[in-house]
Design a protein around this ligand. Sequence first.
Ligand SMILES: Cc1cc2nc3c(=O)[nH]c(=O)nc-3n(C[C@H](O)[C@H](O)[C@H](O)COP(=O)(O)OP(=O)(O)OC[C@H]3O[C@@H](n4cnc5c(N)ncnc54)[C@H](O)[C@@H]3O)c2cc1C
Length: 385
Amino acid sequence: MPDEHLEPEHFQPEHAGFRKLCQDFLAREAVPYHDEWERAGIVSRGFWRAAGAAGLLGVGVPAEYGGAGQPDYRYPQVLAEELIAAGVTAPGIVAHNDIVASYLATRTTAEQRARWLPGLCAGELIAAIALTEPAGGSDLSAMHTTAVRDGDGYLLNGQKTFITNGENADLILVAARTAGQRGAQGVSLFVVERDTTGLRRGEPMAKLGWHASDTCELTFTDCRVPAANLIGKEHAGSAYLMSGMPRERLSIATVALAAAEKVLAAAVAHAQQRHAFGQPIGSLQHNRFTLATLDTEVAIARVFIDRCVRQLNSGRLSVTDAARAKWWTTELQVRVADRAVQLFGGSGYLRDNPIAKEWANSRVQTIYGGSTEVMKELIGRSLGL
Ligand SMILES: Cc1cc2nc3c(=O)[nH]c(=O)nc-3n(C[C@H](O)[C@H](O)[C@H](O)COP(=O)(O)OP(=O)(O)OC[C@H]3O[C@@H](n4cnc5c(N)ncnc54)[C@H](O)[C@@H]3O)c2cc1C
């Protein structure tokens, strides 16, 4: 076939340069400390400042606010892949970079951008997003947290739970109801800053995996937020969140695919060298077919995810494709991790075995950022069902 009919390579030489930067940075600034972070349940703030200095935070933020001004999503994709490759399950860079930074770079006033973005890009300000409430995360229209106008600000009351970076966060993007019972239409977004009176952080939550990523509840009790911290228009929060969801879901899918590829490679290597009944366990037909099936699914997922990334770059990633990407890759990640544990046998069940950690880390992926069931609801609706 003539060259012009071939798909251009997804990653270009400039992405390879960025990949090397990520690899060197993580080997130096994260890998040596990761066990310590896992024991502490939180990442040191010094890591965030180092990541900012290395240019890994706010890649998409305009250069005038301290970012790289780089809209190409292949850069965050490379960073996500390298975090997984290095086994660095902390910190919540995806929440900081791909979710909060992108809202603050696009939905804010120039004054807000100048106030928050330089710190966010430098790693001086750590970001979190707080949507989920104890009564439920899937149905955001049932949100209970309220924000009532009071003089030159708002009083927030309510509770959020499972908040990634919740302990470390200096800037918390909070969704709250500003218009009585008007369902999804009455939600607004606010930035709640670190020392705001009435903000209380709960104890760190003990999770099955992602041990170094700090997760906690947040309680707002007459928490006074200046009107200058309202993001965009009042009552427009749900629309902003909906438009940001494809990016958020793709970021989870890129992590899922990277993890599936990594674990599959480890499972194949193990199946080649571990013997049973006089032959490598990978040569036994059941295992060979299991690995061949997973290899096929991972290879096909790679094509779809890279396409979604290019669609996001050109502003064409649909809600439906992002939902397909999210549920398919995260369920695949869980399947790969589960089969890998099986192939590793008893050693795969030991807590400190990397495969066991991958299994534990995989499990949340089908739940947060919109569960598999919610993704299928969205896809079903796109089919007119
Ligand atoms: C480690 C971790 C980190 C997180 N980080 C954040 C964060 O930073 N910020 C944040 O806001 N949230 C965060 N979350 C919360 C996460 O997004 C929610 O857990 C998720 O949205 C599901 O909400 P829920 O737990 O309340 O479950 P529920 O909404 O109660 O759902 C329970 C079950 O019901 C199913 N279900 C719901 N609706 C339907 C339906 N229509 N049809 C069929 N089944 C359905 C769900 O799929 C699920 O299986 C995090 C969670 C975890 C575990």
